[in-house]
Design a protein around this ligand. Structure first.
Ligand code: 4AD
Ligand code: MG
Length: 461
Protein backbone atom coordinates (compact mmCIF):
# COMPACT_ATOMS: atom_id res chain seq x y z
CA UNK A 1 0.00 0.00 0.00
CA UNK A 2 1.09 3.54 -0.73
CA UNK A 3 2.75 4.99 2.36
CA UNK A 4 1.56 8.55 2.51
CA UNK A 5 -2.15 9.03 2.85
CA UNK A 6 -4.09 11.82 1.24
CA UNK A 7 -5.64 14.09 3.80
CA UNK A 8 -9.35 14.53 3.28
CA UNK A 9 -8.84 18.24 3.70
CA UNK A 10 -6.46 18.30 0.73
CA UNK A 11 -9.00 16.57 -1.46
CA UNK A 12 -11.80 19.00 -0.63
CA UNK A 13 -9.51 22.03 -0.80
CA UNK A 14 -8.24 21.09 -4.25
CA UNK A 15 -11.74 20.42 -5.41
CA UNK A 16 -12.97 23.79 -4.14
CA UNK A 17 -10.04 25.55 -5.81
CA UNK A 18 -10.68 23.75 -9.10
CA UNK A 19 -7.27 22.16 -8.88
CA UNK A 20 -6.57 18.78 -10.36
CA UNK A 21 -7.52 15.72 -8.36
CA UNK A 22 -6.30 12.17 -9.01
CA UNK A 23 -9.67 11.07 -10.37
CA UNK A 24 -9.88 7.43 -11.44
CA UNK A 25 -6.52 6.80 -9.89
CA UNK A 26 -5.78 4.80 -6.82
CA UNK A 27 -5.25 6.74 -3.62
CA UNK A 28 -4.77 5.85 0.02
CA UNK A 29 -6.62 7.46 2.90
CA UNK A 30 -6.73 6.70 6.60
CA UNK A 31 -9.00 7.77 9.42
CA UNK A 32 -11.81 6.68 11.68
CA UNK A 33 -15.15 5.17 10.79
CA UNK A 34 -18.02 7.55 11.52
CA UNK A 35 -20.69 5.25 10.12
CA UNK A 36 -20.64 1.96 8.25
CA UNK A 37 -23.84 0.97 6.41
CA UNK A 38 -24.32 -2.21 4.45
CA UNK A 39 -27.29 -3.03 2.22
CA UNK A 40 -25.90 -6.40 1.15
CA UNK A 41 -25.02 -5.42 -2.40
CA UNK A 42 -23.22 -2.24 -1.58
CA UNK A 43 -21.81 -0.70 1.56
CA UNK A 44 -20.71 2.78 2.64
CA UNK A 45 -18.25 4.03 5.21
CA UNK A 46 -18.24 7.63 6.24
CA UNK A 47 -14.53 8.19 6.90
CA UNK A 48 -13.33 11.03 9.08
CA UNK A 49 -9.61 11.75 9.30
CA UNK A 50 -9.61 14.80 11.55
CA UNK A 51 -8.07 17.16 9.01
CA UNK A 52 -11.32 18.92 8.24
CA UNK A 53 -14.96 18.96 9.21
CA UNK A 54 -16.04 16.86 6.24
CA UNK A 55 -15.96 13.14 5.88
CA UNK A 56 -15.08 11.11 2.81
CA UNK A 57 -17.49 8.51 1.51
CA UNK A 58 -15.96 5.08 0.97
CA UNK A 59 -17.94 2.67 -1.20
CA UNK A 60 -17.32 -1.08 -1.17
CA UNK A 61 -19.09 -4.28 -2.10
CA UNK A 62 -19.02 -8.07 -1.70
CA UNK A 63 -16.09 -8.35 -4.14
CA UNK A 64 -13.86 -6.73 -1.50
CA UNK A 65 -11.53 -9.11 0.28
CA UNK A 66 -12.83 -9.75 3.82
CA UNK A 67 -16.11 -8.02 2.94
CA UNK A 68 -17.97 -9.60 5.87
CA UNK A 69 -15.34 -8.54 8.36
CA UNK A 70 -15.19 -5.00 6.97
CA UNK A 71 -18.93 -4.56 7.41
CA UNK A 72 -18.27 -5.00 11.12
CA UNK A 73 -15.68 -2.23 11.38
CA UNK A 74 -17.76 -0.13 13.70
CA UNK A 75 -18.00 3.54 14.50
CA UNK A 76 -14.69 4.64 15.99
CA UNK A 77 -12.46 2.03 14.34
CA UNK A 78 -9.27 3.29 12.65
CA UNK A 79 -8.88 2.05 9.09
CA UNK A 80 -6.76 2.52 5.98
CA UNK A 81 -8.41 2.49 2.56
CA UNK A 82 -6.84 1.96 -0.84
CA UNK A 83 -9.14 2.67 -3.71
CA UNK A 84 -10.08 4.70 -6.73
CA UNK A 85 -11.09 8.32 -6.35
CA UNK A 86 -14.29 8.75 -8.34
CA UNK A 87 -16.12 11.97 -9.19
CA UNK A 88 -19.82 11.82 -8.33
CA UNK A 89 -21.34 14.95 -9.81
CA UNK A 90 -24.88 13.82 -8.99
CA UNK A 91 -24.11 12.63 -5.48
CA UNK A 92 -24.44 14.29 -2.11
CA UNK A 93 -20.67 14.68 -2.12
CA UNK A 94 -18.49 15.69 -5.06
CA UNK A 95 -16.39 12.52 -4.96
CA UNK A 96 -15.99 9.21 -3.20
CA UNK A 97 -13.51 6.37 -2.99
CA UNK A 98 -14.31 2.95 -4.42
CA UNK A 99 -12.34 0.69 -2.14
CA UNK A 100 -10.05 -2.06 -3.40
CA UNK A 101 -8.69 -2.79 0.06
CA UNK A 102 -9.71 -1.79 3.57
CA UNK A 103 -7.44 -2.62 6.48
CA UNK A 104 -8.08 -2.35 10.16
CA UNK A 105 -5.54 -0.06 11.88
CA UNK A 106 -7.19 0.12 15.28
CA UNK A 107 -10.21 -1.83 16.38
CA UNK A 108 -12.91 -0.45 18.61
CA UNK A 109 -14.46 -2.39 21.46
CA UNK A 110 -18.18 -2.94 21.70
CA UNK A 111 -18.41 -0.73 24.77
CA UNK A 112 -17.26 2.36 22.81
CA UNK A 113 -19.19 5.19 24.45
CA UNK A 114 -19.85 7.10 21.21
CA UNK A 115 -22.14 5.00 19.14
CA UNK A 116 -23.46 6.55 15.99
CA UNK A 117 -26.69 7.77 17.51
CA UNK A 118 -26.78 11.36 18.65
CA UNK A 119 -25.71 12.01 22.22
CA UNK A 120 -26.64 14.87 24.50
CA UNK A 121 -24.00 17.45 25.38
CA UNK A 122 -24.37 16.41 29.03
CA UNK A 123 -23.51 12.83 28.15
CA UNK A 124 -20.58 13.90 26.01
CA UNK A 125 -19.20 16.06 28.84
CA UNK A 126 -18.95 12.89 30.90
CA UNK A 127 -16.94 11.33 28.08
CA UNK A 128 -14.80 14.42 27.53
CA UNK A 129 -11.77 12.42 26.38
CA UNK A 130 -13.74 11.10 23.42
CA UNK A 131 -16.00 14.00 22.55
CA UNK A 132 -13.54 15.71 20.15
CA UNK A 133 -14.60 12.88 17.82
CA UNK A 134 -18.23 13.99 17.81
CA UNK A 135 -18.96 16.36 14.95
CA UNK A 136 -20.12 19.26 17.13
CA UNK A 137 -16.83 19.19 19.01
CA UNK A 138 -14.84 18.61 15.87
CA UNK A 139 -16.31 21.93 14.72
CA UNK A 140 -15.92 23.74 18.05
CA UNK A 141 -12.33 22.81 18.69
CA UNK A 142 -11.11 23.44 15.18
CA UNK A 143 -12.78 26.84 15.29
CA UNK A 144 -11.20 27.49 18.69
CA UNK A 145 -7.78 26.81 17.22
CA UNK A 146 -8.40 29.06 14.23
CA UNK A 147 -9.77 31.83 16.44
CA UNK A 148 -6.64 31.72 18.61
CA UNK A 149 -4.55 32.30 15.51
CA UNK A 150 -6.89 35.16 14.62
CA UNK A 151 -6.20 36.79 17.97
CA UNK A 152 -2.46 36.69 17.45
CA UNK A 153 -2.72 37.82 13.85
CA UNK A 154 -4.91 40.77 14.76
CA UNK A 155 -2.62 42.11 17.43
CA UNK A 156 0.70 41.20 15.82
CA UNK A 157 -0.35 42.86 12.55
CA UNK A 158 -0.97 46.03 14.52
CA UNK A 159 2.38 45.99 16.30
CA UNK A 160 1.13 44.86 19.71
CA UNK A 161 3.74 43.05 21.80
CA UNK A 162 2.62 39.70 23.17
CA UNK A 163 3.43 39.48 26.88
CA UNK A 164 3.47 36.26 28.85
CA UNK A 165 2.22 37.61 32.13
CA UNK A 166 2.70 35.14 34.99
CA UNK A 167 0.20 32.52 36.01
CA UNK A 168 1.41 32.52 39.61
CA UNK A 169 0.95 35.85 41.30
CA UNK A 170 0.64 37.55 44.67
CA UNK A 171 -2.16 39.91 43.63
CA UNK A 172 -5.89 39.59 43.24
CA UNK A 173 -6.16 41.94 40.27
CA UNK A 174 -9.93 42.18 40.32
CA UNK A 175 -10.17 42.29 44.10
CA UNK A 176 -13.10 39.90 44.01
CA UNK A 177 -11.51 37.35 46.34
CA UNK A 178 -11.91 34.49 43.88
CA UNK A 179 -8.31 33.35 43.78
CA UNK A 180 -7.04 29.80 43.91
CA UNK A 181 -4.25 29.34 46.37
CA UNK A 182 -0.88 28.07 45.12
CA UNK A 183 0.94 26.17 47.83
CA UNK A 184 3.11 23.18 48.52
CA UNK A 185 2.16 23.26 52.18
CA UNK A 186 -1.56 23.72 52.52
CA UNK A 187 -1.25 24.19 56.29
CA UNK A 188 0.95 27.27 56.07
CA UNK A 189 0.65 28.80 52.60
CA UNK A 190 2.00 32.17 53.70
CA UNK A 191 5.39 30.88 54.88
CA UNK A 192 5.54 28.47 52.02
CA UNK A 193 7.55 28.36 48.79
CA UNK A 194 7.32 32.06 47.87
CA UNK A 195 7.44 33.39 51.41
CA UNK A 196 4.09 35.05 50.84
CA UNK A 197 0.63 34.03 49.82
CA UNK A 198 0.58 33.04 46.15
CA UNK A 199 -2.35 32.35 43.87
CA UNK A 200 -3.24 31.59 40.29
CA UNK A 201 -3.85 34.75 38.33
CA UNK A 202 -7.38 36.04 37.80
CA UNK A 203 -6.12 38.51 35.19
CA UNK A 204 -2.82 39.47 33.60
CA UNK A 205 -3.82 43.10 33.50
CA UNK A 206 -1.69 44.58 36.25
CA UNK A 207 1.48 43.05 34.84
CA UNK A 208 0.24 43.97 31.37
CA UNK A 209 0.06 47.62 32.40
CA UNK A 210 3.76 47.57 33.32
CA UNK A 211 4.53 46.41 29.79
CA UNK A 212 2.12 48.85 28.10
CA UNK A 213 4.01 51.66 29.82
CA UNK A 214 7.14 50.41 28.05
CA UNK A 215 5.86 49.10 24.69
CA UNK A 216 2.75 51.30 24.28
CA UNK A 217 0.54 48.51 22.90
CA UNK A 218 0.61 45.00 24.34
CA UNK A 219 -1.65 42.02 24.74
CA UNK A 220 -1.74 38.92 26.84
CA UNK A 221 -3.55 35.77 25.83
CA UNK A 222 -3.59 32.89 28.23
CA UNK A 223 -5.44 30.99 30.91
CA UNK A 224 -6.90 32.73 33.93
CA UNK A 225 -8.42 31.18 37.01
CA UNK A 226 -11.35 32.14 39.15
CA UNK A 227 -12.86 30.25 42.04
CA UNK A 228 -16.38 31.09 40.89
CA UNK A 229 -18.86 29.06 42.85
CA UNK A 230 -21.69 30.36 40.70
CA UNK A 231 -22.74 27.36 38.67
CA UNK A 232 -23.80 29.07 35.46
CA UNK A 233 -23.47 28.27 31.78
CA UNK A 234 -21.03 31.18 31.39
CA UNK A 235 -18.56 30.72 34.23
CA UNK A 236 -15.58 28.41 34.30
CA UNK A 237 -12.89 28.09 36.96
CA UNK A 238 -10.23 28.10 34.23
CA UNK A 239 -10.81 30.15 31.11
CA UNK A 240 -8.77 32.01 28.56
CA UNK A 241 -8.62 35.75 28.35
CA UNK A 242 -7.25 38.16 25.77
CA UNK A 243 -6.07 41.29 27.55
CA UNK A 244 -4.74 44.16 25.46
CA UNK A 245 -3.42 47.28 27.15
CA UNK A 246 -2.85 50.53 25.25
CA UNK A 247 -0.96 53.61 26.39
CA UNK A 248 -1.89 57.21 25.56
CA UNK A 249 -5.45 56.05 25.15
CA UNK A 250 -8.82 56.69 26.75
CA UNK A 251 -12.14 54.88 27.00
CA UNK A 252 -13.19 55.84 23.47
CA UNK A 253 -9.97 54.42 22.04
CA UNK A 254 -10.54 51.33 24.14
CA UNK A 255 -14.04 50.77 22.75
CA UNK A 256 -12.91 51.45 19.19
CA UNK A 257 -10.28 48.75 19.59
CA UNK A 258 -12.70 46.27 21.16
CA UNK A 259 -15.22 46.75 18.38
CA UNK A 260 -12.65 46.49 15.61
CA UNK A 261 -11.08 43.43 17.21
CA UNK A 262 -14.35 41.56 17.77
CA UNK A 263 -15.48 42.25 14.21
CA UNK A 264 -12.12 41.16 12.84
CA UNK A 265 -12.26 37.90 14.80
CA UNK A 266 -15.79 37.11 13.66
CA UNK A 267 -14.81 37.73 10.05
CA UNK A 268 -11.62 35.74 10.52
CA UNK A 269 -13.40 32.54 11.52
CA UNK A 270 -16.29 33.01 9.11
CA UNK A 271 -13.77 33.15 6.27
CA UNK A 272 -11.70 30.23 7.48
CA UNK A 273 -14.29 27.88 8.97
CA UNK A 274 -17.20 27.95 6.52
CA UNK A 275 -18.11 24.29 7.02
CA UNK A 276 -18.06 24.60 10.77
CA UNK A 277 -20.06 27.83 10.68
CA UNK A 278 -22.64 26.27 8.37
CA UNK A 279 -22.96 23.41 10.83
CA UNK A 280 -23.52 25.76 13.79
CA UNK A 281 -26.02 27.70 11.75
CA UNK A 282 -27.98 24.59 10.80
CA UNK A 283 -27.65 22.39 13.85
CA UNK A 284 -26.70 24.39 16.93
CA UNK A 285 -28.23 27.84 16.73
CA UNK A 286 -30.22 28.61 13.58
CA UNK A 287 -29.66 32.17 12.43
CA UNK A 288 -26.11 32.40 13.75
CA UNK A 289 -24.59 33.43 10.43
CA UNK A 290 -27.23 36.09 9.78
CA UNK A 291 -26.72 37.36 13.34
CA UNK A 292 -22.97 37.66 12.85
CA UNK A 293 -23.35 39.31 9.44
CA UNK A 294 -25.59 41.90 11.06
CA UNK A 295 -23.03 42.45 13.81
CA UNK A 296 -20.33 43.06 11.22
CA UNK A 297 -22.43 45.58 9.36
CA UNK A 298 -23.50 47.91 12.14
CA UNK A 299 -21.68 49.98 14.74
CA UNK A 300 -21.96 48.75 18.33
CA UNK A 301 -24.34 50.84 20.42
CA UNK A 302 -22.78 52.80 23.29
CA UNK A 303 -24.95 53.61 26.28
CA UNK A 304 -24.42 55.10 29.74
CA UNK A 305 -25.02 52.78 32.68
CA UNK A 306 -27.36 55.46 34.04
CA UNK A 307 -29.43 55.31 30.87
CA UNK A 308 -29.43 51.51 31.09
CA UNK A 309 -30.90 51.72 34.60
CA UNK A 310 -33.55 54.13 33.40
CA UNK A 311 -34.56 51.78 30.59
CA UNK A 312 -34.72 48.82 32.95
CA UNK A 313 -36.89 50.79 35.37
CA UNK A 314 -39.12 51.74 32.48
CA UNK A 315 -39.39 48.07 31.50
CA UNK A 316 -40.42 47.11 35.04
CA UNK A 317 -42.96 49.94 35.10
CA UNK A 318 -44.42 48.57 31.87
CA UNK A 319 -44.80 45.17 33.48
CA UNK A 320 -41.63 43.31 32.52
CA UNK A 321 -40.73 40.76 35.18
CA UNK A 322 -37.07 40.21 36.07
CA UNK A 323 -36.08 37.71 38.70
CA UNK A 324 -34.60 40.73 40.44
CA UNK A 325 -37.11 43.48 39.78
CA UNK A 326 -35.57 45.99 42.15
CA UNK A 327 -33.76 48.21 39.69
CA UNK A 328 -31.87 51.07 41.24
CA UNK A 329 -28.86 53.17 40.35
CA UNK A 330 -25.75 51.66 41.90
CA UNK A 331 -26.76 48.05 41.49
CA UNK A 332 -24.60 45.50 39.76
CA UNK A 333 -26.55 44.29 36.75
CA UNK A 334 -27.35 40.62 36.58
CA UNK A 335 -27.20 38.70 33.37
CA UNK A 336 -31.01 38.98 32.93
CA UNK A 337 -30.73 42.79 32.98
CA UNK A 338 -27.77 42.85 30.63
CA UNK A 339 -29.60 40.54 28.28
CA UNK A 340 -32.76 42.63 28.34
CA UNK A 341 -30.80 45.69 27.27
CA UNK A 342 -28.88 43.97 24.52
CA UNK A 343 -31.69 41.66 23.31
CA UNK A 344 -34.84 43.75 23.72
CA UNK A 345 -33.66 47.33 23.56
CA UNK A 346 -30.60 47.37 21.32
CA UNK A 347 -30.99 44.02 19.55
CA UNK A 348 -27.25 43.73 19.07
CA UNK A 349 -23.91 44.30 20.81
CA UNK A 350 -24.01 47.05 23.39
CA UNK A 351 -21.27 48.90 25.25
CA UNK A 352 -22.58 49.90 28.63
CA UNK A 353 -20.25 52.57 30.00
CA UNK A 354 -19.48 54.68 33.05
CA UNK A 355 -20.55 52.40 35.88
CA UNK A 356 -20.87 53.35 39.57
CA UNK A 357 -17.40 53.17 41.06
CA UNK A 358 -18.52 51.02 43.99
CA UNK A 359 -19.32 48.03 41.78
CA UNK A 360 -16.19 48.13 39.63
CA UNK A 361 -12.53 47.23 40.16
CA UNK A 362 -10.18 49.59 42.01
CA UNK A 363 -7.96 50.38 39.01
CA UNK A 364 -10.64 52.02 36.89
CA UNK A 365 -10.37 55.74 36.28
CA UNK A 366 -12.76 57.88 38.23
CA UNK A 367 -14.88 60.24 36.15
CA UNK A 368 -15.28 63.93 36.98
CA UNK A 369 -18.75 63.30 38.43
CA UNK A 370 -17.01 61.61 41.37
CA UNK A 371 -19.38 58.65 41.37
CA UNK A 372 -18.71 56.71 38.18
CA UNK A 373 -15.64 55.16 36.56
CA UNK A 374 -14.61 55.05 32.90
CA UNK A 375 -15.54 51.42 32.39
CA UNK A 376 -17.13 49.63 29.48
CA UNK A 377 -18.72 46.20 29.35
CA UNK A 378 -19.58 44.75 25.98
CA UNK A 379 -22.91 42.94 26.25
CA UNK A 380 -24.26 40.68 23.53
CA UNK A 381 -27.61 38.99 22.94
CA UNK A 382 -27.94 35.48 24.29
CA UNK A 383 -25.10 35.87 26.70
CA UNK A 384 -24.59 39.22 28.39
CA UNK A 385 -21.02 40.36 29.10
CA UNK A 386 -18.24 39.04 26.91
CA UNK A 387 -15.73 41.88 27.31
CA UNK A 388 -14.88 44.08 30.28
CA UNK A 389 -12.62 47.09 29.90
CA UNK A 390 -11.75 50.47 31.30
CA UNK A 391 -9.52 53.44 31.28
CA UNK A 392 -7.05 53.02 34.14
CA UNK A 393 -6.63 55.40 37.05
CA UNK A 394 -3.32 57.02 36.16
CA UNK A 395 -3.38 59.68 38.91
CA UNK A 396 -1.16 58.47 41.73
CA UNK A 397 -2.98 60.21 44.57
CA UNK A 398 -6.44 59.18 43.47
CA UNK A 399 -5.36 55.57 43.05
CA UNK A 400 -3.43 55.45 46.32
CA UNK A 401 -6.36 56.80 48.29
CA UNK A 402 -8.58 54.16 46.77
CA UNK A 403 -6.15 51.31 47.35
CA UNK A 404 -5.41 52.38 50.91
CA UNK A 405 -9.12 52.39 51.63
CA UNK A 406 -9.44 48.92 50.13
CA UNK A 407 -6.32 47.71 51.90
CA UNK A 408 -4.58 46.31 48.83
CA UNK A 409 -1.65 48.74 48.63
CA UNK A 410 0.78 46.38 50.34
CA UNK A 411 2.49 44.25 47.73
CA UNK A 412 1.21 46.42 44.89
CA UNK A 413 3.56 49.35 45.52
CA UNK A 414 5.12 48.63 42.15
CA UNK A 415 1.73 49.03 40.50
CA UNK A 416 1.27 52.41 42.15
CA UNK A 417 4.82 53.40 41.22
CA UNK A 418 3.94 52.99 37.56
CA UNK A 419 1.91 56.17 38.12
CA UNK A 420 4.97 58.03 39.41
CA UNK A 421 7.39 56.88 36.74
CA UNK A 422 6.06 58.20 33.45
CA UNK A 423 2.56 56.98 34.07
CA UNK A 424 0.22 58.28 31.39
CA UNK A 425 -3.34 57.76 30.31
CA UNK A 426 -3.91 54.18 29.37
CA UNK A 427 -6.73 51.73 28.93
CA UNK A 428 -7.35 48.08 28.28
CA UNK A 429 -9.85 45.29 28.29
CA UNK A 430 -10.32 41.58 28.67
CA UNK A 431 -12.18 39.44 26.16
CA UNK A 432 -13.41 36.16 27.56
CA UNK A 433 -12.11 33.86 24.82
CA UNK A 434 -14.49 31.01 25.69
CA UNK A 435 -17.45 33.38 25.85
CA UNK A 436 -16.50 34.77 22.47
CA UNK A 437 -16.57 31.23 21.11
CA UNK A 438 -20.04 30.76 22.61
CA UNK A 439 -21.17 33.92 20.88
CA UNK A 440 -19.73 32.99 17.50
CA UNK A 441 -20.90 29.37 17.50
CA UNK A 442 -24.15 29.66 19.41
CA UNK A 443 -22.98 26.93 21.81
CA UNK A 444 -25.01 27.59 24.95
CA UNK A 445 -22.70 26.26 27.65
CA UNK A 446 -19.11 27.37 28.26
CA UNK A 447 -18.30 23.75 29.21
CA UNK A 448 -18.81 22.82 25.58
CA UNK A 449 -16.25 25.33 24.28
CA UNK A 450 -13.35 24.14 26.44
CA UNK A 451 -11.45 20.90 25.78
CA UNK A 452 -11.51 19.74 29.39
CA UNK A 453 -13.62 22.25 31.31
CA UNK A 454 -12.96 23.03 34.95
CA UNK A 455 -15.91 24.09 37.08
CA UNK A 456 -16.68 23.57 40.74
CA UNK A 457 -17.03 19.87 41.58
CA UNK A 458 -15.83 18.89 38.14
CA UNK A 459 -12.32 17.58 37.59
CA UNK A 460 -12.88 14.18 36.08
CA UNK A 461 -10.22 14.50 33.41
O1 4AD B 1 -14.64 41.71 33.40
P1 4AD B 1 -13.43 40.95 33.84
O2 4AD B 1 -13.41 40.44 35.22
O3 4AD B 1 -12.23 41.94 33.57
C1 4AD B 1 -10.93 41.70 33.87
O4 4AD B 1 -10.47 40.68 34.31
C2 4AD B 1 -10.04 42.86 33.51
N1 4AD B 1 -8.76 42.70 34.22
C3 4AD B 1 -9.85 42.90 32.01
C4 4AD B 1 -8.97 44.03 31.59
O5 4AD B 1 -9.41 45.15 31.59
N2 4AD B 1 -7.73 43.73 31.22
O6 4AD B 1 -13.17 39.73 32.86
C5 4AD B 1 -13.05 39.95 31.48
C6 4AD B 1 -13.86 38.95 30.70
C7 4AD B 1 -15.35 38.99 31.00
O7 4AD B 1 -15.99 39.97 30.25
C8 4AD B 1 -15.77 37.58 30.59
O8 4AD B 1 -15.96 37.52 29.20
C9 4AD B 1 -14.56 36.77 30.94
O9 4AD B 1 -13.46 37.63 31.05
N3 4AD B 1 -14.76 36.06 32.21
C10 4AD B 1 -15.02 34.75 32.32
N4 4AD B 1 -15.19 33.80 31.38
C11 4AD B 1 -15.43 32.56 31.80
N5 4AD B 1 -15.52 32.20 33.09
C12 4AD B 1 -15.37 33.11 34.07
N6 4AD B 1 -15.43 32.73 35.34
C13 4AD B 1 -15.11 34.47 33.70
N7 4AD B 1 -14.90 35.61 34.38
C14 4AD B 1 -14.69 36.56 33.46
MG1 MG C 1 -16.48 42.25 34.04
Amino acid sequence: MQKKAYEIKQLFARFAANESLPFDQEIFVEGWVRTNRNSGKIAFIELHDGTCFRSLQIVYGPELKDFEAVTHYNTGAAIGVRGKLVATPEGQQPFEVHAAEIILLGSVSDDYPLQKKRHTFEYLREEAYLRPRANTFDAVFRLRSVLAMGVHTYFQDRGFVYVHTPEITANDAEGAGQTFLVATDAKDPVNDFFGRRASLTVSGQLHGEAFALAFKNIYTFGPTFRAEKSNTTRHAAEFWMIEPEIAFADLEDDMDLIEDCIKYLIRYVMDRCPDEMAFFDQRIAPGTIAKLEAVLNAPFTRMEYTEGIRLLQEAVAKGHKFENNKIEWGMDLQSEHERYLTEEIVKGPLFLINYPKEIKAFYMRENDDGRTVAACDLLVPGEGEIVGGSEREERYDVLKTKMDALGNTKGLEWYLNLRRFGGCRHAGFGIGFDRLIMYITGIANIRDTEPFPRTSNNLKY
